[in-house]
Design a protein around this ligand. Structure first.
Ligand code: CO
Length: 512
């Protein structure tokens, strides 16, 4: 018997993927006690976009959020996502910032740091990993998963071995675009299990629809941990749902041993909470997007490309851009298409198509990428393309963050002048300010107002909807029954709200 362990992502990745990271801590706390009793291996609750969104839109102190979650989840390990040298931001920060951030996150309650880099450049991860290990935390070294001729199982295995040697406690296969197929997940997990001794965690999204099947095959290959979300916040561009998985693995050697009733009980809380945030939930994010499986461009990127072309009045070029995107990706050494490389590749593809000639116009980001400022591309950039983009300049071969001078001391002087370091949380405030100088000032001065949440649907309407669904289900069942007996019924909508929005015609017309 080898129970599969579960990491719950509901408080981080799930709402980041489905509703722009808007879940407030005040909506998390009432359900923490029940979540804490489920028996998750860990809960991912912090990092990624949560930090930025807290101070930008929610007027919520991210450090305080972490304190509260730690206090209300005393029995569950807390995990955070760290974007390597980008920490929780969008550029490389100097090593002193990485060090202070990790130390503080640990102090406020993080047990496991999941560290990744979009290019799988270990130099962008090593600082975060080493600091976390030095202060006694656990580390998941993450492999950013993508598909390309150079992203082979052998390469992923080599990378995993490096991560293990660096002291990581787990390997996480981080499939942020939901690209991993059932065959690939089986083969990769099997290969990793043979090559490294530390446990393997598979993290995927349902974007392409393959997620649950890929989890099942990873389980067959003896994966140790998988990442899921509570069903109400699962599916679409979020993680696969926990409940189905618990049922699917029940009474198998991989049985999660989690109590389904306890999980279903927390589901009711999330159902009500989700209604509250309806205006942030993108219908596209909840859909299965088969296009990823067809042309390997993740859904979020497709909508970006579409928006860019619309802005330029060039929607007729959409198909050409879709064809150009994989070519640019190939030219640039097959970077995985995630932030920030998805934007770098996408913008250049649009420029190439609109200019009518490739690489006559070049974005600053593409140039920086070619100069090595983001890290080492997975494969060499095509030499003729590189020449067109950077001319005679030489790409940097050192670790990108080596170019950065320590930042905290100078930021401290600025912050003191601005009077934004609050008593008792000076270090946390300094790090917040260093990470996001533009938005942190307003936040730290207490001038940031929490965005108002206006529900799209009232509770009354929700009940009507549920009623409609129930009636429709009964009608279908009845219809089946009557059809079998050679009779038919119809359902129709009425205005009689007292009883229900729907009436079964069969009953109305007394058809037996
Ligand atoms: Co994810």
């Amino acid at each position: 018997m080898k129970p599969v362990k579960i990491i719950d992502t509901t408080f981080r990745d799930a709402h980041q993927s489905l509703m722009a990271t808007r879940m407030r801590v005040s909506d998390m706390l009432p359900i923490c006690e029940q979540m804490d009793r489920i028996g998750f291996f860990a809960m991912e609750v912090w990092g990624g976009a949560t930090f930025d969104v807290c101070i930008r839109y929610l007027a919520e102190d991210p450090w305080q959020r972490l304190n509260l979650l730690r206090e209300h989840l005393p029995n569950t390990k807390l995990l955070m996502l760290v974007r390597g040298q980008n920490i929780v931001g969008y550029r490389h920060y100097a090593d002193d910032v990485v060090k202070e951030f990790i130390k503080l996150a640990r102090k406020h309650g993080i047990d496991i740091f999941r560290v990744f880099d979009a290019l799988n450049d270990i130099r962008n991860m090593e600082k975060a990993i080493k600091i976390a290990k030095d202060i006694g935390a656990e580390v998941q070294g993450a492999i950013s998963y993508t598909t390309s001729p150079v992203h082979t199982i052998e390469k992923f295995v080599e990378f995993a071995i490096e991560l293990e040697e660096m002291g990581c406690d787990y390997i996480c296969i981080k499939d942020m675009a939901g690209l991993i197929s059932p065959q690939a997940s089986y083969a990769l997990v099997k290969a990793l299990k043979q090559a490294v001794k530390i446990p393997i965690d598979l993290h995927t999204h349902c974007t392409s629809g393959m997620g649950p099947i890929s989890y099942y095959s990873a389980v067959q290959a003896d994966v140790d941990i998988i990442d899921t979300a509570i069903s109400i916040f699962a599916g679409g561009s979020s993680q696969p749902a926990l409940e189905n998985l618990v049922v699917s693995l029940k009474d198998t050697p991989y049985d999660t041993k989690l109590n389904l009733q306890k999980i279903i009980d927390v589901g009711y809380h999330f159902l009500q909470m989700k209604q509250k945030y309806a205006k942030y939930i993108s219908p596209i994010a909840e859909m299965t997007d088969a296009s990823v499986a067809v042309h390997q461009i993740p859904g979020g990127m497709l909508s970006n490309l579409h928006a860019q072309l619309k802005e330029q009045n060039a929607l007729d070029k959409y198909q050409q851009v879709l064809e150009e995107t994989p070519r640019v990706r190939e030219d640039l050494g097959y970077p995985p298409l995630v932030t920030p490389t998805s934007q770098i590749v996408g913008i250049q593809a649009v420029m190439n198509v609109l200019a009518g000639k490739r690489y006559t116009q070049i974005s600053k980001e593409v140039k920086d990428y070619c100069l090595g400022l983001y890290g080492k591309p997975p494969a060499p950039i095509k030499p003729d393309i590189l020449k067109m983009i950077i001319g005679d300049e030489k790409p940097m071969t050192r670790r990108p963050a080596d170019l950065l001078k320590p930042e905290l001391a100078a930021r401290k002087i600025e912050a003191e002048k601005l009077g934004i370091l609050r008593k008792g949380t000076e270090q946390e405030d300094l790090v917040t300010y260093t990470l996001f100088p533009q938005i942190a000032v307003k936040f730290l001065k207490g001038e940031c107002k929490a965005e108002k949440i206006e529900p799209l649907i009232t509770t009354e309407e929700l009940h009507d909807n549920l009623e409609e669904q129930k009636i429709a289900a009964i009608a279908v069942a009845l219809n089946e029954h009557l059809t079998d007996n050679g009779k038919f019924i119809q359902i129709s909508k009425t205005t009689d709200k007292q009883v229900s929005g729907w009436k079964i015609k069969a009953r109305q017309e007394n058809i037996q």
